[in-house]
Design a protein around this ligand. Structure first.
Ligand code: 6GP
Length: 814
């Protein structure tokens, strides 16, 4: 008997169809006959929201009235993906939806396709935030996600004829967006600029301009918890939309200037990943959402109180700073407590320190934000004063602890010229965590070493995780059914460690064959999807080998493409006869930051290698390369379940964690990877014999740097590497034009900052091992199944439980 615990809604499909009809009629004013799939999508979404609203209101009331501290997850990015399927799942309405929509004469696919994916994040950091709010709700922990409702999300990626990345705006709000509720009545005022004056011995900030922060609320339904939390994304509006006087002078554009200035703040998500962009607008954005959120929390937790007792603030809510982007919240809470509520410095500091915690998501020093003091001074003069004072206090504290003067200087939060946000976060909050064991260790040993020496107790680790609801249940229904069959229960959806129960089934050939059949069916589905969406002709009978992530040198897409070129050259030159070659389809997905030149060249190269390889009759059926543009959550949900082999090949010591690696392992892909980020923990759990490890370790990388790294040596020593690079240089992938990739080639041969060339040999060597296993489908799938069985640890539910215990010190609502 299979135990099913999935939520079930009390309504029947027929009743749900009636609810949809009502929405169509009363909200949208169309009959089912007039309706388009997009109308039905909006109607269904509104109907699902209605099913969630009671739980949502009750969760809020219990949160405010109870004694359970809430979590405020402050994040510049929430890459939430499409909402409909997830909301249906958690409301227990999936079956009713399928039937109801058909009974209204629509195809489920068309209705689901009508939803436009919000792109409110760049990559890992933003998707992690989305997984975390899902898990918080599913665990019944009261929480707010606080961020920005960008009008334009991450850019839409297209490729031009030459294979170059073209960025176009992602106007995701062009049509009705039924999930976010704009709450004009709970707005906040956020101010900027001006000066600080002394009045009656007190500092008073006289700002020069203000914007109106309007919350847009998204429900975050938990899975089988009966709880619905809130994702509150702020939109910037102007207080003076329109200047009539100017307009009447026929200066039409000038008349809307104030509106444009205000609305610019929430206009666009910075298309950055791991590198800062020193722009005033970015700091405005950060302050905008953090200030609004802090005031919002005070409003929520001390309703109707003019003089709330904010000494209890840290018992009401704990703020998690998702990387450095919201760190201006530390001086902001200090300011609010002192200037708006009259607390003294020490009291304010105690509250602030208890309220904030900081998660670092990088190891690249250049990704730790540093703001010019001048900019902060112009935009937020009072905050700069507070930061200076925090820095003074910090220095005295360090002196008292006997820290050497030189070290104190190295640790400065405020250097005179600039403010180091990671240092401010580390000192200003209670805890600092990295996102995988190795990463947290490197933070302590390298990136934030001085801080960890002085404040060892602040540092902890919470290894990332992903939500099994979206990334197994919704993305891979076949595997979900098989897991439920194998375990005899669907409880694994809220307790992913139960997957361990699948391990004995890896010895059962019949079960392994079913598992293999699931993968094969997913591959066929993906081939159809890729045909429909991109026009690709993918052969589902080849190995699907995937590398999807932001395009960054440290992630080393270059290693993959060079190895692929070497393979191509092997076949072309006859070194490998065509029948010796295991047929592979390599799929890339990646966006490059628009100003990141080498990353964009790499994209162009991948596209052109794809063009050449896919059109070469000599390798037909043996090697194919596809690069679906605009990688996003939707594509991930289709591609990950269909992947046989996943690439996690960053230079050791550079990828903080990775979360794609977890999604692939949980969906039964094998991984080829370096000892980096969470790969280390994945390998530990699934077993070294079930993971294709290659490449230098962190220590070996360091030693090679220290000894003086010369990439040219590797080029000279390895003929296959040389052949591959020469082909890039000689115009094979640029119609004979040698200039196209000259800079890329030059970088490889002279700098190669992330040691792609040094790891090339190890990477190409391990391919033989991979292919030897792949030709034994039963053994390959056995190992893939063992990966699934041992990856339950990588649920974001477990990550959240670790945060609750190690950092937030709170739990579910009673
Ligand atoms: C990313 C890290 O690069 C990735 O390794 C990690 O899995 C993810 O965060 C979630 O923790 N970092 C970013 O996206 C980023 O912008 C500043 O870091």
């Amino acid at each position: 008997m299979t135990e099913i615990t999935a939520p079930k809604s009390p309504v029947t499909a027929a009743e749900f169809a009636n609810e949809i009809r009502e929405q169509l009629k009363y909200t949208q004013g169309v009959t089912p006959e007039q309706a388009k799939p997009a109308d039905v999508y909006v109607a269904v979404s509104a109907a699902v929201r209605r099913h969630l609203v009671d739980s949502w209101m009750k969760t809020q009331a219990d949160m405010v009235n109870g004694n359970t501290k809430a979590v405020g997850y402050l994040s510049a990015e929430f890459l939430i993906g499409k909402q409909l399927r997830n909301a249906l799942l958690n409301a227990g309405l999936t079956e009713q939806f399928n039937e109801a929509v058909e009974s209204l004469g629509f195809s489920v696919q068309d209705v689901v396709d009508a939803e436009y994916e919000p792109g409110l994040g760049n990559g890992g950091l933003g998707r992690l935030a989305a997984c975390f709010i899902d898990s918080l709700a599913s665990l019944g922990v009261p929480a707010f996600g606080y961020g920005i409702q960008y009008r334009y999300g991450i850019f839409k990626q297209e490729f031009d004829e030459a294979g170059r990345q073209i960025e176009t705006p992602d106007y995701w709000l062009a049509n009705e967006e039924p999930w976010g509720h704009i709450d004009y009545n709970r707005d906040q005022k956020v101010s900027f600029g001006g000066e600080v004056v002394e009045e009656n011995g007190r500092k008073v900030w006289k700002p020069a301009w203000s914007v109106r922060a309007v919350p847009v609320d998204y429900m975050v339904p938990g899975y089988a918890s009966g709880r619905v939390n809130t994702l509150r994304l702020w939109a910037a509006k102007s207080y003076d939309e329109f200047d009539l006087l100017t307009f009447n002078k026929s200066e039409y554009l000038d008349a809307v200037k104030p509106q444009v200035k205000a609305e610019n703040i929430s206009k666009i998500l910075y298309p950055e990943d791991s590198t800062p962009q020193g722009k005033a607008l970015r700091l405005e954005q950060q302050y905008f959402f953090v200030s609004a959120s802090i005031h919002d929390a005070i409003r929520v937790f001390y309703p109707g109180q003019d003089k709330p007792d904010l000494t209890t603030f840290a018992d009401k809510i704990t703020f998690q700073l998702n990387d450095t982007h919201p760190v201006i919240g530390i001086p902001e809470l200090m300011r609010v407590l002192m200037d708006e509520y009259g607390y003294d410095w020490d009291t304010a500091w105690t509250i602030t320190n208890k309220t904030f915690n900081y998660t670092c998501h990088t190891l690249l020093p250049e990704a730790l934000e540093v703001w010019p003091s001048k900019l902060i001074g112009e935009l937020l003069p009072r905050h700069l004063e507070i930061i200076e004072k925090i820095n003074d206090q910090f220095e005295s504290e360090l002196k008292a602890k006997g820290v050497a003067d030189e070290t104190i200087k190295d640790m400065a939060i405020y250097t005179g010229d600039s403010v180091r946000m990671a240092y401010l976060a580390t000192y200003g909050g209670s805890h600092v965590n990295g996102v995988a064991e190795l990463h947290s260790q490197l933070l302590k040993d390298v990136t934030l070493k001085n801080f960890s020496d002085v404040y060892p107790g602040k540092f902890t680790n919470v290894t990332n995780g992903v939500t099994p609801r979206r990334f197994i249940k919704l993305a891979n229904p076949r595997l979900s059914d098989l897991i439920t069959e194998g375990l005899g229960t669907d409880r694994w959806l809220s307790d992913l460690e139960l997957l361990k129960g699948l391990e004995p089934l890896a010895a059962d050939d019949e079960f392994v064959k079913k598992f293999a059949a699931v993968k094969q069916a997913n591959k066929v589905d993906f081939a159809n999807y890729a045909k429909r969406e991109y026009g690709f002709d993918i052969d589902p009978n080849t190995m699907i080998n995937t590398m999807v992530k932001r395009l960054h040198e440290y992630k080393r897409q270059a290693l993959k493409i060079l190895a692929l070129i070497a393979r191509y050259a092997d076949i072309k030159s006859g070194r490998l006869s065509a029948d010796e070659v295991l047929p592979r389809t390599v799929v890339f997905g990646a966006k490059a930051a628009p100003g990141y030149y080498l990353a964009k060249q790499t994209i162009q190269l991948i596209n052109n290698v794809a063009r050449v390889v896919n059109n070469d009759p000599d390798v037909k059926g043996k090697l194919n390369v596809y690069f679906p543009w605009n990688y996003n959550v939707r594509l991930a949900q289709h591609l990950i379940p269909a992947t046989d082999l996943d690439e996690q090949i960053s230079q050791a010591g550079k990828e903080a964690s990775g979360t794609g690696n977890m999604k692939f392992a949980l969906n039964g892909a094998m991984t080829v990877g370096t000892l980096d980020g969470a790969n280390v923990e994945i390998r530990e759990r699934v077993g070294a014999e079930n993971f294709f490890l290659f490449g230098m370790t962190v220590d070996e990388v360091d030693a090679l740097y220290a000894a003086g790294y010369d990439p040219k040596k590797y080029y000279d020593a390895n003929p296959r590497l040389r052949a591959a690079i020469d082909m890039v240089a000689d115009g094979t992938f640029s119609n004979g034009d040698k200039s196209v990739y000259a800079d890329l080639v030059h970088d490889w041969l002279t700098k190669d900052w992330f040691m792609t060339l040094a790891d090339f040999g190890a990477y190409t060597d391990i391919q033989a091992e991979i292919e030897a296993l792949y030709v034994q489908p039963l053994e390959w799938n056995r190992k893939a199944l063992i990966n699934v069985a041992n990856s339950g640890y990588f649920s974001s539910d477990r990550s959240i439980e670790d945060y609750l215990e190690r950092i937030w010190k709170t739990g579910p609502l009673a």
